[in-house]
Structures are given as C-alpha cells and as structure tokens.
Design a protein around this ligand. Sequence first.
Ligand code: AR6
Length: 169
Amino acid sequence: MTTITLVQGDITEQRVDAIVNAANSSLLGGGGVDGAIHRRGGPAILNACRDLRASHYGAGLPTGEAVATTAGDLPAEWVIHTVGPVWQGPGSDPTLLASCYRESLRVADEVGARSVAFPAISTGVYRWPVEEAARVAVEAVRAAETGVEEVRFVLFDERMFWVFTAELS
Ligand code: AR6
C-alpha cells in the first residue's frame, strides 16, 4: 500500500530514498528542478548521466521513460531522471506524463527505494496546465503497482501545493 503525502518545498532537501528529476532527454542538466538537483547534488550526478549517454542512452532518454543515478551530495540515495512531455495545447495527450510517474516507480522498485519524492513534472518549462498535471500525477501513482511505501509530491509554490491538495481530497 502506497501512502501519498504532499509537501510545499524544495525537492533537493527531501530525506527520502529517491528523488525524481524532471529532466530533458539530454540528461545533461537544465533549469528548474533539474538545475537545482545538479547544483545541490554536485558533479557525481552529471558524471553518472554522461556515462548513461555513453552507454545505454546514446540518443538520450526518451520522453516518458526513467533511469536512476547516484544522488551525489543530496540527502537522498538515488536520483531518478524522467523526461516529461511538452504541452502542445488543448487536447495534448497525457499518456507520456502518466508514464513518467509509472516508470519512475518501476525504477524505484528496481533500486529498492521505499520512499520517493516527485516534483510536478512538466508544469514548469514544459507548460503543462497544473490542474491536469496534478490529476494525471495522482491517478498514475494510485494506479501503479509498486513496493514504494511513500510517494511524496514536493510542490515548489503555494498554488501548486493547493492544486495537489484539492486533487487528493
Ligand atoms: N523543488 C521542487 N519543485 C521545483 C523546484 C525544486 N527545487 N524547482 C522548480 N520546481 P521544471 P518541466 C517546480 O521547469 O516543466 C528543465 O530545464 C516548478 O515550479 O523544472 O518538466 C529540464 O532540463 C514546476 O512546478 O520541469 C527540462 O529541459 C515543476 O518543478 C525542462 O526544464 C517542474 O518545472 C523540464 O520542464
């Protein structure tokens, strides 16, 4: 049974087994959550991502998939990188957004993580409308078959925190 919790705050400060990064397919860093994770986690994360690009993910990590690396200097043990879809306007298919949550939990199971923190994937630079992104996130986690005991959504600002709170109630 997975318990879903909500926190308003910075995902890089979470003491959980794994934190999820809203990355891009290059895996080589960016802004938003991705920038914060690489900044706080130090060079070990980028080195691990470069190794992935040099091996399994020569063409980059496809949208909707997930892969784990060390969390470097962060309090977590793992960073699970996933690539959300870019919002393409009304009618955008949320399938790949749901896949990010499902695949991240599958990777969490693989590495043995029991607590996982997620940001609101695709709601920043990738522009997904927050109400729909929250609905997709909560539904995907509720539907996942996983050994993860706690899924913690870490929402950066107050508005997102309340959108997720409404979605969970
Ligand atoms: N902790 C928790 N949430 C955060 C943090 C943080 N430290 N910082 C930002 N957020 P975004 P995306 C929230 O843009 O939309 C990057 O450049 C933010 O308020 O980080 O999936 C990647 O390299 C927003 O609600 O991710 C990609 O190119 C949410 O995290 C691209 O952005 C996601 O915003 C991915 O875009």
